[in-house]
Design a protein. Structure first.
Length: 383
């Protein structure tokens, strides 16, 4: 089917995910890779995916915690073949190979004539929106992300971190020069199928500022959606193409959604396209029959929770309870096997109640938080 705009979630092809798709790309089996969304992508005026990592031929991984991922240059041809003509770069992996890997990615995008938004080599460049025209309507795409490993430590290069004040003024300015503004936001808690209560406030605030639609990804699980002031807000699309050979990735890892948007007069009409990606078989299959019914039951449940602030907070409290030991392990000075022993309750926390109150105050109070961030940044430079 043809859409004016087709927005998809995280795209990653590489060894970190198990490696099944590397051979598919190398063999140029693009119809297999994109499966039942292949023709939809090719038929749409503007097809958008999140490029979840740098595209490099070689290089040095960045010093960071968590996975460090990259993709081979061959993926560019796959994206172009499927008519993907805009990639979002504001995400937590685009700087995984440092400033050199980031520069190589930008160069390869430029050489491929593949548009990008959400990152750059200066503050001005990374905040620049992508603007296009469809059906005589001017459309702006703004791409932001949460501040997780998004910049080079010694420069202003990197991804466009969310700043609700600057984002407000940018949206306000674009209202007078464009017809539609779409904000694409990369953030949220991984594997949690609901927005945080603060995310709900931020996404709605973008609409209050003048956004026509807000679309989220990053969590590796699809979430619910709502219409706020008659504008659609999709809290997470889940994965688009992101293979995995690990069973611990969460129940929704392989189920994603694409959003088809159509310009109808002065409104953006939308269609939700749920699919299964790279489960037992390689490729994308649109959900049908019982699988579609199961998805709709989940989606309805998520929507009901999102629309009730109390239920949303209760679900977040439950999620935080499950993640408690993991996060306490982050701040305790245990690593490796010792960290595992702490999470099992064998080793105690080294922090007293008074120390925990101090840490809470440092991250909760804006002035303390900014000062602590500055001090730690300077400390990293000396290592």
């Amino acid at each position: 089917m043809s859409y004016d705009i087709l927005v998809c979630g995280d795209f990653y092809v590489g060894p970190h995910a198990g490696g099944r798709l590397d051979a598919v790309v190398a063999n140029k089996e693009y119809a297999l890779l994109f499966g039942e969304l292949y023709e939809d992508l090719k038929a749409s005026n503007l097809s958008i995916v999140n490029l979840e990592g740098p595209v490099v031929s070689s290089g040095n991984p960045s010093p960071k915690t968590g996975p460090v991922i990259s993709m081979k240059p061959l993926v560019m041809e796959a994206l172009l073949d499927a008519n993907i003509n805009l990639v979002t770069l504001a995400n937590n992996h685009i700087m995984d190979f440092g400033i050199e890997g980031f520069k190589e990615t930008l160069t390869r995008l430029d050489e491929s004539n593949l548009n990008f938004v959400g990152a750059g080599l200066s503050k001005t460049a990374k905040r620049k929106p992508f603007i296009t025209e469809i059906k005589s309507k001017k459309i702006a795409i703004i791409n932001v992300c949460e501040h997780e490993w998004i910049s080079d430590s010694n420069s202003e290069s990197g991804a466009n971190g969310v700043d609700v004040i600057e984002n407000f003024y940018q949206i306000q300015a674009l209202r007078s020069t464009t017809d539609f503004i779409i904000v694409i936001y990369h953030g949220g808690n991984e594997y949690h199928p609901l927005p945080t209560p603060d995310m709900k406030k931020i996404f709605r605030f973008f609409v209050d500022a003048g956004a026509s639609a807000v679309i989220g990804h990053h969590t590796h699980t699809f979430s619910g959606y709502e219409k706020y002031h008659d504008c659609p807000i999709f809290y997470s699309l889940g994965n688009f193409i992101f293979d995995s050979n690990k069973k611990s990735k969460g129940e929704n890892w392989n189920t994603g959604v694409a959003i088809g948007l159509n310009v109808i007069n002065d409104q953006l009409d939308f269609q939700i396209i749920p699919f299964l990606q790279n489960d037992k078989e390689i490729g994308i299959k649109k959900l049908k029959a019982q699988a579609l019914q199961d998805f709709e039951v989940k989606l309805k449940k998520y929507n009901e929770i999102i629309n009730d602030d109390q239920k949303l907070q209760e679900e977040y409290n439950r999620f935080a309870g499950k993640m408690g030991l993991q996060y306490l392990a982050f701040i305790n000075p245990y690593e490796g096997k010792l960290s595992s022993l702490f999470k099992k309750g064998i080793l105690p926390s080294v922090y007293s109640k008074k120390k925990i109150l101090l840490l809470l105050n440092l991250i909760r109070c804006e002035s303390h938080k900014y000062l602590l961030e500055h001090i730690l940044k300077e400390k990293i430079k000396k290592h």
